[in-house]
Write a protein that binds this ligand. Sequence first.
Ligand SMILES: [Zn+2]
Length: 184
Amino acid sequence: MVWIPPCPFAFLEENLLPKPSKQDFMRCAYNEALKAWECGEIPVGAVAVVQHSLIARAGNAVETQQDATAHAEMNLIRMISNQRHDWRLADVTLYVTKEPCPMCSGAILRARIPTVVVGAWDPLQGCLGGRIHFNQALQAYHQISVEEESLQGACEQLLTTFFSLRRQQEKNADRFRIDPQQDF
Ligand SMILES: [Zn+2]
């Protein structure tokens, strides 16, 4: 069981009326990431928007569901497809706090989602420009339009703080494990 640090960040105020901006939607995705953190997950959140209305929201749930595919974007895509009984999500704009990984970028492509708004870029695993770009790497029938959002700094800070707190705790745990042996 991986130790999860307590979340030091506060939820952002959500304002979805009368006409929300891109940042308003990203704030909702950010709050989903915080909820995921509080459930013991790596903090990533996503929301889906159709014609200026938020239609679904989800967070990472890999640990909770013990399912490697339960990333925020996958959970969101499943939720909407199940609701609609339709896998084609060609009218959906997806907002996500971290650039999608290979699995999620593939699912976005397959679901025909036309636009993804990204919070933090992922230079290690990101497949929408951070590491590679599926638009260029694959001969895809469908191109994904990728946009950046002004909440990028907060989204990056969320992940860097999460991993740095976890590393710090792991170091402390190592020290704690050694101490009793020295006493005896
Ligand atoms: Zn993913």
